[in-house]
Ligand binder design. Structure first.
Ligand code: 2IT
Length: 439
């Protein structure tokens, strides 16, 4: 296939109901196909590289039966999309959310393959999870769900096979329960999951890694324009792990963080957050509206997204497709000149098109949020070497990886980091694919 439309139509028709997956594929093909559309890349067509990259090596789907605190039987759907093992064992997070379906997980696994390739670490790509809603569940309910999920899932993972981690709805508590059950079923204590507690095999900074990495990446973008974070007005969406540690590192580096949000609305503090305020937000859980009751410099905008707030930098750290074209328009009209994605695919295709047309400095998630999986890769290395590394060692490595990803994207994209991420990721994956034969 040599033309973008023909290639995309073929893939879209094969996966006709998978909107998120088709969106992620089309975004990548738009950059890749023109790039390889010359005789130098004839062998890529001969070996059907693109067709194989979009077809998961394996998809596992299973029933998860558990009982809630009222002894009612509950049934959920568990999944793992093992996208490819070109560069290492399958690697990627688990998401527990009622919105989980195969399209979402295939898009995430596809993005993961480019992201993991960019880290420079020996990581294949996968994504999984369940349509289970952890909100409002007791600790015992979460535990029983995780145990039941693992009763089936343990057959398909292992330190040299597939190493899951957390994603939305799966944090250290869930990883703990999943690991405990994996250990019981396999009789092995080894690194079959990452994001573990640092008491028993986890890496320091894994929790902070995505947010810290995002800020390290953003600082490279700023530096290329002779700018820095100091005093910059920053708008962040989300209130989970990624948003929280993004805000923390931005504040440490003297950025002026104005907003955080969740699905109930956003908080906007015109004086900006400091570490004490952030700590308070961390304790509020879902009830972020209470922030404005304590701090008179703040408002809570119910059911709204923070993209209407004037800023220099926008960091979407909540979820996919949270920035629509109108949101991007508001951001740009209000002076925003940098957008870096902490979430996976938070900007719609139309939003990205506008952002690029207006020459906004834009970093795609597969590059800018790679810090999380990168530190997962470092956790695997520590587990394999039966050692623990200090916080400063992990932090230095994380920073070096993010700086390297920035350089690679810059080099391959000529100023377009999204294109650079797609091309650099593709070149490595395609080469591995051709070298490993028709599998
Ligand atoms: O989207 C992601 O990169 C993650 N959820 C982290 C995956 C991992 O294996 O650490």
């Amino acid at each position: 296939m040599t033309n973008t439309n023909a290639a995309y139509e073929f893939i879209k028709n094969k996966n006709i109901h998978e909107h998120e997956f088709n969106q992620a594929v089309s975004e990548v093909l738009n950059d890749i196909i023109p790039y390889i559309n010359n005789s130098e890349y004839d062998h890529h067509r001969k070996y059907a590289v693109i067709e194989r990259l979009v077809e998961p090596e394996r998809i596992i789907q299973f029933r998860v039966v558990w009982h809630d605190d009222k002894n009612r039987v509950q049934i959920n759907r568990g999944f793992r999309v093992q996208m490819n093992s070109l560069l290492g064992p399958y690697k990627g997070g688990l998401r527990f959310s009622p919105k989980v379906n195969l399209s979402v997980l295939k898009f995430l696994a596809f993005e993961q393959s480019f992201k993991n390739s960019l880290t420079g670490l020996p990581l294949g790509a996968a994504k999984g999870g369940a349509d289970f809603d952890p909100r409002g569940k007791s600790d015992f309910e979460i535990m029983r769900f995780c145990q039941s999920f693992m009763n089936e899932f343990y057959k398909y993972i292992g330190p040299d096979l597939d190493i899951p981690a957390g994603d939305m709805g799966v944090g250290s508590r869930e990883v703990g329960f999943l690991f405990g059950q994996y250990k019981k079923l396999s009789s092995q204590f080894h690194g079959a999951l990452t994001g573990k507690s640092t008491l028993w095999g986890g890496s320091s900074l894994r929790q902070e890694a995505t947010g810290y990495g995002l800020i390290y990446f953003l600082e490279q973008m700023l530096c290329s324009q002779d700018e820095d974070l100091k005093g910059k007005k920053i708008v962040i969406s989300g209130c989970g792990n990624v948003a929280y540690y993004t805000a923390l590192k931005a504040i440490e580096h003297h950025g002026n963080v104005l907003t955080l949000s969740n699905s109930t609305g956003y908080i906007y503090d015109k004086d900006g957050f400091d570490l004490e305020k952030l700590n308070y937000i961390g304790k509020l859980g879902r009830d972020i509206y209470k922030y404005s009751e304590k701090y008179s410099s703040a408002i809570f905008a119910e059911n709204k997204k923070p993209w209407e707030v004037s800023c220099d930098i926008a960091l979407p750290c909540a979820t996919e497709n949270e920035i629509l074209k109108e949101d991007a328009k508001h951001l740009i009209e209000n002076g925003c000149t940098y957008i870096a994605e902490g979430a996976n695919m938070p900007c719609t295709i139309d939003a990205v098109r506008l952002i690029k047309q207006r020459r906004i400095n834009y970093a795609p998630g597969k590059a800018a949020n790679a810090g999380g999986v990168a530190v997962s890769g470092l956790e695997m290395a520590q587990n394999a070497g039966k050692s623990y590394w200090s916080k400063s060692k992990v932090d230095n490595k994380l920073r070096a990886i993010m700086e390297n990803i920035y350089q690679i994207c810059e080099l391959h994209g000529n100023g377009d980091l999204a294109k650079g991420a797609n091309i650099a990721g593709y070149l490595k994956l395609s080469r591995a694919m051709i070298e490993q034969g028709l599998i």
